[in-house]
Design a protein around this ligand. Structure first.
Ligand SMILES: [Zn+2]
Length: 216
């Protein structure tokens, strides 16, 4: 067992240390603390000493809600966009989570807990009513370098196959866009694609060639 100073009775922000409660799996000493709001919370020594943890969590909640009302972000049209982006990446019950958080996509530090920073960036980077946020590289995070605003149509073109689709000659099977057409009573498959854009390029080239099946 590691030797450590007894912190009982000391105060760190809103927390008063009550007693030691063993160590966690990383061998860090845990302290049971009483928050000014009345809640009990467990904190490791370093988080108390370097000021990372100053409350049971009530302080951050107050700051966040103050920020929202102070700057009126909650009423900003971009706020729900920020919220949805965050949910998709962090809430496993959110719509589409498996394509975002589930694939390791996250929101950058700068935006994660700061709707104001996101809103400011959006306003300076081409946001207009009705546009959607799009990640330039599908495998990278939500961050200023990888995001832009696009129309709904542009966004669908870059999206991974998901749900149902109502584009002529395209269906979704096993996570791919399939280009197909009924020719002489038989459905011919003209290839499968990662994005709708690629599928559309294929369709356009097939149309130019009168849908002749290629052997490539
Ligand atoms: Zn508290």
């Amino acid at each position: 067992m590691s030797v450590c100073k007894d912190l009982a009775g000391q105060k760190f922000g809103r927390l008063t240390v009550l007693f030691r409660n063993g160590s966690n799996k990383h061998k860090k000493v845990i302290w049971v603390c009483l928050c000014e709001c009345g809640k009990i919370t467990n904190v490791i020594t370093t988080n108390l000493k370097n000021g990372d943890t100053k409350s049971c969590g009530c302080m951050q909640k107050e700051i966040a809600s103050k920020m929202l009302t102070k700057h009126g972000f909650a009423n900003n049209i971009l706020y729900p966009i920020w919220q949805t982006m965050k949910q998709r990446c962090s809430n496993s019950k959110a719509n589409g989570y498996k394509y975002y958080g589930g694939r390791g996509i996250s929101v950058c530090k700068e935006w994660e807990n700061n709707p104001g920073a996101f809103i400011k960036w959006a306003q300076n980077n081409g946001y207009k009513n009705g546009l959607q946020i799009d990640r330039i590289d599908n495998d990278k995070n939500y961050c200023p370098e990888n995001c832009r605003f696009v129309t709904h149509r542009e966004n669908s073109l870059n999206r991974r196959p998901y749900g149902k689709i109502s584009v002529k000659h395209v269906s979704i099977k096993r996570g791919k866009y399939i280009v197909e057409k009924r020719i002489n009573g038989k459905t011919r498959n003209f290839g499968s694609f990662q994005t709708l854009k690629e599928a559309e390029i294929k369709i356009n080239s097939l149309k130019r060639n009168n849908w002749v099946e290629s052997n490539e």
